[in-house]
Design a protein around this ligand. Sequence first.
Ligand code: APR
Ligand code: PHB
Length: 389
Amino acid sequence: MKTEVLIIGGGPSGLLLSQLLNKAGVATVVLERTTRERVLSRIRAGVLETGTVSLLKDAGIATRLEKEGLPHDGCYLSDDELMVHVNFYELTGKRVMVYGQTEVTTDLYSAQDDMGTTIIHEVEDVAIHELDQKTSFVEYTLEGQRKRIDCSYVVGCDGFHGVSRKTIPEDARVEFERVYPFGWLGVLSRTPPANHELIYANSSRGFALCSMRNENLSRYYIQVPMSDTVEQWSDEQFWTELKLRLPSETANNMVTGASIEKSIAPLRSFVSEPLRWGNLFLVGDAAHIVPPTGAKGLNLAVSDVYYLHQALIAAIKHDVQTDINAYSEKALSRIWKAMRFSWQMTTMLHQFDGEDSFAGQMRKASLSHLARSETARRDLAENYIGLPF
Ligand code: APR
Ligand code: PHB
């Protein structure tokens, strides 16, 4: 088999890239390790930046998003004393859209079906070859048989644990990493959201977040030690702890119910540079991870796709190489700014084990500064709604 762009990974990055390339008449094949059902069972953050929504519109997959997505004008940040509202719309003229990543991925799969693109599921042992030649090829195993696809470009959209990044020789890449000493215990429940906007809560008992999927589906998180297990947390214990970390008015009025999903996720900041090696390009979680405080993960993957789809179209359709040569530098410049924002939000809102009393005072002063300074709120808003592509 032969194609123009071989995409490894059928998560949101791979599917969106495939959608935009096929729309422009560039042929792709997507290789995905698992089933469509497994991809769609992952629950991830649900806040889309304005730029993300625009690109999804351009890709022709925003019909349901525009109907069912919840536009949010702002969010709250709280501690044991303050509850600060940051009004994105007043401060920047822009809103964010609350719409789950699972829904985005569902819409992408159905658009890809309509276009009749090739997505091959349950492939094993993907191996990338001849990245320094004019054409490259990728091998994989499907139902016990070894297969080969020749292509002009390979794009690694295969997440943090994928093969693409590791194909780049170790001495040709630099990795930057910070692992945070706690995780997020997340619960999904069929209950009305605690507030019409998101609440990021820093309390003396640790971080908590109130988020949502729709008017009867809520998503909550609390900071827990990474050594905790889901089994250790009954629904009742979760709700009790969550309420203790929220402003009392919110806690007293919130509706609780049975959890329909419960999981613990680690928090990590990670960047691997460069994003290009010969004919291979890295996109999304394959190249970078952010902690979820600030909901930048999917949005960053989408800005990578924005830069790369244009660059690949210019190279393939018009034989112009300038943009593919600039891809790594251009994408990394935006990635590092989102890294900084996610790290800062994480540091400002979480308790770190063994921290000194100074750290708590810094968090308190940060929130008090946000409460009093419009400039500080505008800075947060500008980053939250998403820096320009
Ligand atoms: N071969 C084929 N597919 C693979 C391989 C492999 N060796 N390794 C991983 N994959 C697939 C995974 O099964 C997954 O479906 O690649 C896909 C990667 O998807 P994601 O991890 O969702 O990464 P990405 O598409 O870049 O999405 C970024 O997802 O992880 C969140 O916070 C992140 O919201 C952000 C978004
Ligand atoms: C979520 O809704 O799952 C969510 C929202 C905002 C975040 C992280 C997760 O910062």
